[in-house]
Design a protein around this ligand. Structure first.
Ligand SMILES: [Mg+2]
Length: 186
């Protein structure tokens, strides 16, 4: 069976953006999609040690109507072509617009579908995210890694929700180092 690195997209692969009216938001089209430093090399390093790279991304903007499906698909294709991501799974739902679904993180639906479709062993896989919903979705993985500048408000939420990533790192390269050196113990 294959092993995988599940990657959240916004804030992990690409930069979050800021706009006076929109506030903090994520790329809505390829022009806004700016890959963070260390990501391309990190993915390449992870593939060299035998991991499949799978993006699992909530994109509720499609349900809200401010992200077009073809713009999302262009970003997906870019990640496959330029970053050598193997597969991309998007949840394009939002409970307020499209009702409940089984794919929106923190639910593990996208990971389970990917595991079925590509013969992946979740117990040998990792998730890298920047949100507690990523960590929750990946709790059946070998290890969960959160990219974050840790602060006390986050610690409180983690404590309240009883969600704790196995590792907290500052950037993508540090996450890759953990997987290369010590994370892959099982
Ligand atoms: Mg994110």
């Amino acid at each position: 069976m294959n092993k995988a690195i599940f990657l959240d997209r916004d804030g992990v692969i690409n930069k979050m953006l800021y706009h006076d009216e929109k506030g903090i938001y994520s790329a809505r089209n390829l022009d806004e999609f700016e890959v963070l430093s260390g990501v391309k090399k990190g993915i390449s390093d992870l593939k060299k040690i035998g991991f499949k790279i799978i993006v699992v991304s909530n994109q509720p903007g499609v349900a809200f109507g401010y992200i077009k499906e073809h713009d999302l698909e262009k970003i997906n294709q870019y990640m496959k072509d330029k970053l050598k991501v193997d597969w991309v799974y998007n949840c394009v739902h939002h409970p307020d617009h499209t009702g409940e679904c089984s794919c929106r993180k923190p639910k593990p639906g996208m990971l389970k579908t990917a595991a079925e479709e590509h013969g992946l062993d979740l117990k040998k896989s990792f998730i890298i995210g920047d949100n507690l919903s990523d960590i929750q979705a990946g709790k059946e993985c070998n290890k969960t890694i959160m990219i974050s500048k840790v602060n006390c408000s986050l610690c409180n939420i983690m404590h309240e929700k009883k969600i704790k990533p196995d590792f907290i790192v500052k950037n993508f390269s540090e996450a890759v180092d953990i997987i290369k050196i010590g994370g892959d113990l099982k």
